[in-house]
Design a protein around this ligand. Structure first.
Ligand code: NOJ
Length: 751
């Protein structure tokens, strides 16, 4: 049955949305058949809700947007928040337009909506995929409670460069770990059924290569070849596509000279044809028109032509499709079939979300009252504590002993209720986190005396997403009070790191050490009291070499979100035994960046004899803290790894077993990591690559056996013959508690 305009409304009320794929396709075709070219192009346009939708659109641009909304010439909106505003926009569209196709409402819900979870890089340090899924599920629920039904998350760009401000928004340097997070996030946001009004559509972004911006400078060119693209950048996207992510977002960067937004090879050939992915591709903000400054398009119309041919389906606030597409079709430069393909993809997602059944299904004024925000806080605390990484703990300075009764808490971030909320904070309120000082005070006994001094300030004045940050480099007036407090304390807790807006979009830095006067403050305190636990609150890996050489205890506490201070206190006091492991390498010096464990070997990997091998002459080789690293308050002892056989054939598998014992005094949780190296291959392979991990909880004295299964699938990579396949030969398996501290065992594979 093909739908007429009249039946569309009846159909909307009556049809069950749990339709089969075939049914959805029929419905999509029926709607498409009813649409004019103008209406089709309308679906491919996304507007920013830059005006208060609940009031009149006073500026010309906004009036025009409102007019187009009323004509049904907008496919989706972003940044329209609240039940009232989304309802108003949906009504404008549904009640006035001829075609009555519901809008989607997108927003950057990156690490929580109101309840803020650790920034994604921090949360990944938990290596806990249940946690990653749960925080997404909660974010989805809180989003729909305000009418948002689509998030521009997860960001699954591999990044190896701590200078890149957006490294905080992803899962670090490893494709396998990032793929696992991608799947967990898609499941968390979308659930099992996209039409469930407590789920939202997810977006895998940024397709592709954005995280490998040259020099770590945001928006910069990406110069990688096919080998890195297929083996490093694409696997998380493939995982997200296979997990059924509803939408993709392309990226601002050029990749090997071609803007990703205009890349047919990425969008049409790989994603849509080879991977057979059926969702739609939204551009990044204005990225279609940005092909003009890239020197790839002459003007917006030319940019629209390139983008639509390449497979960009929706133009985010870019104005290129709006002025270009109809004209291009009329002139015969763009085949209408391409427009149809894009629109079908958009309609398909809308059908799957159940929007045709009820355009207002995600707009429920009563939902907010039933959202368990308090419960969400306790989940946020649980996830936050699991995300903390203990980097150093000389002489077991931590956890804080009961006998310690005099603590000096010092540093610009100690009582900062804003920085832990991080950038990309959605509707997380400014200054709403539990500060580290508050968390500690909540948790210690009445007899414990805590003094607090800020010492120095970090960012001055007002901060927000778009404002440049003014770092204090001159005001030292608070240092002497901090020094006095430190002199009198048994233990000093220094809380240093980054302002919330030091990382995030457009926040690349050439220096990644402690900014402003923080290092000076730390050194002054260190002169009078060596008993220092340094707590870092930050969005990127930092250069902390001096601290690592001089400060006895270091806790990486990222930007942990709403419950930050409580979670940090849980770890400092030993109520939770830290279990996080780094998802990125920490450098000894910024000059090592990009730095990543899964690098290729070079022809001159190491020599103690002479200088002509691959290294920097002025620093020790390798990271300060490697990928996968993190200490515990207990000790884990690994047995010898054993494999079930040393010859593996296609279609078969072998198992690796290793025992892990908690030989320390408290119970703990260890992330057992499995790495693999393909020793000789048709293209040089990394020195090791993560291929599996298991979280094990161990009581004191307890031993558990951990088993990994190795099969042909695990050995596959993008080979010199441009195929995803395993090659015959010798492989090395490495297993241990971080990427450097591993035991090896070899086997052969043959097909
Ligand atoms: C630009 C960012 O690159 C992208 O990640 C984000 O989703 C959009 N702006 C919308 O805010």
């Amino acid at each position: 049955m093909s739908l007429s305009l009249g039946t569309l409304g009846i159909y909307a009320q009556n049809s069950g949305i749990q339709s089969s794929v075939k049914n959805v396709e029929k419905k999509v075709d029926s709607v498409l058949n009813l649409m004019t070219l103008e209406e089709k192009v309308g679906q491919m346009i996304q507007y920013n809700g830059s005006w208060d939708l609940t009031g009149p659109a006073s500026e010309t641009g906004n009036k025009q947007k409102e007019e187009r909304l009323k004509k049904g010439l907008v496919g989706s909106m972003l940044n329209v928040l609240s039940v009232e505003a989304t309802e108003k926009a949906q009504r404008m569209n549904m009640e006035n337009s001829r075609i009555k196709i519901p809008l989607m409402f997108g927003y950057d819900v990156i690490h929580g909506y109101k309840t803020i979870f650790p920034v994604p890089l921090g949360e990944t340090a938990s290596w806990d995929m249940e946690a990653a899924e749960e925080s997404a599920r909660i974010a989805a629920l809180e989003s729909v409670a305000e009418g948002v039904n689509w998030t521009f998350s997860p960001m699954i760009d591999i990044s190896r460069d701590a200078r890149w401000g957006r490294i905080m928004e992803g899962s670090g340097e490893d494709p396998y770990l990032t793929s696992k997070v991608a799947v967990a996030k898609v499941r968390g946001y979308q659930g099992d059924d996209l039409s469930n009004p407590k789920t939202i559509a997810a977006t895998a972004k940024h397709f592709a290569g954005y995280g490998l911006a040259e020099g770590g400078k945001d928006y910069n060119a990406v110069n990688i070849g096919k080998n890195e693209l297929h083996n490093v950048v694409l696997p998380p996207f493939k995982a997200a596509a296979d997990a059924g992510v509803a939408t993709f977002m392309n990226s601002f960067n050029t990749i090997d000279g071609i803007p990703a937004t205009g890349s047919k090879s990425l969008q049409r050939e790989i994603l849509k044809d080879r991977w057979d992915w059926q969702g739609f591709m939204v551009s990044d903000w204005g990225s279609i028109a940005e092909m003009i400054p890239h020197g790839f398009a002459r003007d917006k119309i030319h940019a629209a032509e390139i983008a639509v041919k390449a497979g960009s389906d929706m133009d985010m606030e870019g104005g290129a499709y709006e002025i270009g597409l109809e004209k291009l079709v009329a002139e015969g430069k763009v085949d209408e079939a391409l427009i149809d393909d894009a629109v079908k993809r958009i309609l398909r997602v809308k059908f799957k979300m159940g929007l045709f059944e009820d355009p207002y299904k995600y707009i429920d004024a009563n939902l907010m009252a039933s959202v368990p925000y308090e419960e969400h806080k306790s989940t946020a605390r649980d996830i936050a504590k699991k995300s903390i990484v203990l980097l150093k703990n000389e002489n077991n300075l931590l956890p804080i002993k009961n006998s310690v009764k005099n603590i000096a808490v010092i540093g610009p971030l100690a009582d900062d209720k804003d920085s832990p909320i991080g950038n990309w904070r959605a509707q997380g309120e400014a200054n709403s986190a539990v500060s580290m000082l508050e968390g500690l005070k909540n948790a210690v006994s009445k007899e414990t005396n805590i003094t607090y001094s800020q010492g120095v300030t970090l960012g001055k004045g007002e901060r927000s997403f778009l404002m440049p940050l003014d770092i204090n480099k001159t005001d030292r007036s608070g240092i002497s009070e901090a020094v006095e407090n430190a002199k009198n304390a048994e233990l000093v807790i220094m809380v240093l790191g980054e302002d919330a807006f030091q990382s995030g979009e457009g926040r690349s830095q050439a220096n990644i050490g402690l900014a402003g006067l923080q290092k000076e403050l730390l050194k002054e305190i260190h002169k009078v009291n060596k008993n220092i636990a340094l707590v870092l609150i930050n969005g990127r890996p930092m250069e902390i070499t001096w601290s690592s050489e001089n400060i006895p205890a270091i806790v990486e506490a990222w930007q942990l979100g709403t419950e930050s201070g409580n979670a940090i206190a849980d770890v400092l006091l030993g109520k939770y035994n830290p279990s996080g492991k780094l998802p990125v390498s920490f450098p000894r010096a910024v000059g090592q960046e990009p730095l990543y464990y899964n690098h290729k070997n070079t022809g001159r990997p190491y020599s103690a004899e002479h200088v002509t091998y691959s290294h920097y002459t002025d620093i020790k080789d390798g990271p300060l803290y490697p990928f996968g690293f993190g200490l515990s308050y207990t000790d884990f002892e690994y047995g010898k790894p054993k494999i079930s056989k040393t010859e593996l054939n296609a279609g078969d598998s072998l198992s690796l077993n290793i025992s892990v014992t908690n030989s320390g005094k408290v119970k703990g949780r260890e992330v057992v990591q499995l790495y693999l190296r393909d020793l000789i291959a048709t293209s040089a392979r990394p020195v090791k690559e993560l291929k599996g991990f298991k979280l094990v909880e161990l009581e004191t004295g307890e031993t558990k056996n951990v088993e990994f299964t190795i099969d042909e699938e695990m050995l596959k990579f993008y080979t010199a013959s441009e195929k995803w396949q395993a090659e015959n030969g010798e492989f090395e398996l490495m297993v241990g508690g971080n990427s450097e501290d591993v035991q090896s065992i070899k086997f052969n594979f043959s097909k």
